[in-house]
Design a binder for this molecule. Sequence first.
Ligand code: FES
Length: 571
Amino acid sequence: MTHTLRSAAWFAGDDKDAFIHRSWMKNAGLPDDSFDGRPIIGICNTFSEFTPCNGHFRELIEHIKRGVLDAGGVPLEFPVFSCGESNLRPTAMLFRNLASMDVEEAIRGNPMDGVVLMAGCDKTTPSLLMGASSCDLPSIVISGGPMLNGKFRGQDIGSGTDVWRFSEEVRAGTMSRADFMAAESAMSRSPGHCMTMGTASTMASMVEALGVALPGNAAYPAVDARRARLARLTGRRIVAMVREDLRLSKILTRAAFANAIRVNGAIGGSTNAVVHLLAIAGRIGTALSLEDWDRWGQDVPTLLNLMPSGRYLMEDFCYAGGLPALMKEIQGLLDLDALTVTGTTVRDNIATAENFNTDVIRPLSAPLTAQGGIAVLRGNLAPDGAIIKPSAASPALLRHRGRAVVFDTIEDYKRRIDDPLLDIDEHCVMVLRNCGPKGYPGMAEVGNMALPRKLLERGVRDMVRLSDARMSGTAFGTVVLHAAPEAAVGGPLALVQDGDEIELDVAARRLELRVSESELARRRSLWTAPEPAMKGGYQALYVERTLQADRGADLDFLVGCRGHAVPRESH
Ligand code: FES
């Protein structure tokens, strides 16, 4: 090791301050040699019983600690705010940035030389990586791993994806409420996060593709012994990374983001990865734009046959060879020289990978869908961009003109959607607004609005939907999301009225409102901003300072890397 450990600023020496720092740590049983120049490894734990996807982290962390000790480091756990998707209201996304601040300040303020980031549920991965990127210490991510496949009446069922499907079947009268309730226990039957290719599995794949997690991170189920083994290896590796001074800024280059975006296309990953990767790039200081998503993802076919785009689940992905096998299938599209936390390249990491099930991981010659990736749409309805995931959409609707049916809020939608008198048919475009970063606040996952019951009963299963919201990564449909600027700041979505014609043309990347400029100007002059839901506290700060979706919805003052210089002494 050629550099001085930053923890020495706390623990080295024989003065009063070093006495204080060491003495209090010794009350946990640390022997004298813990402070003899061994790397101090912080383990950032998002355990919470309110975040059931991360509920097994107390066991998982023991394997990481053993790995750190194996390699001659000192493991010290620290808790941070845990953004659990299933319970947090009004939306976990509102707190992603808050959690990232917690992570950043905890890392910089404490005597640590390297960090293990324990992530799982959707927002825990980006919040940890955003905070760590703003510090740029040697850091490595380990995901908690997906749940085992859901099993219901002899069939595999997937987190989220089958909830949306079952609930539409109940509304359409083709599934009983008793069966619906029985499916609830069968879906989440082991520790771990959602086992569809939702946002959690997508982000676990993204960190592996970015090179900030060890190969295999994405797919080992939470209860598979190989997850525990990976945790132990992660603990060993972070100690070596400190000695090599292998920091995040050396790994999170444009090449790494290009690889991740291409992998996102190949796995049929969640649209939520768009805002998260933009935000992470903003923190580390790597240029990344919405256009990069379109450019790099455009020619990538979706190979992974997983819900919501396909039929299998994460456990099947693991047995088929996991992300290294998938990356090997698309190696011609990747920058194989990109550096990773292994200390070596993507090329080395995937060299021995094998695909053991070509129905789960399709070969390039027989993809699940020819066009994966995320399409970025522009037009007078979204001057700063909107996105759609073509692989989850109905091909027939990717070019469509329809009459707008507008819902001002999600409550307005819930109140009216099943009204038999609602003037709507399958050719209409459902528009939902005031659900963006400032409007909701926090840009909720409500963009995949369920269809009106009267159309479901007639067998309609997809319609064009448009909003400034996000959607769950487990959802599907012809859903245009993240329209920017959002309605709550006076974006064009705020001006749409019932009956207006909307034109979507995904191949041409266009999203247009067929209303004259003069009429839009008239409507704009009458528009007033909605009142914020909360006038103080974190929510008010968030609403005041959040950026729009095309900038990753980060808080403006959090963008950038502020380093890990040792702060002034506390005594
Ligand atoms: Fe936590 Fe899906 S709710 S991963």
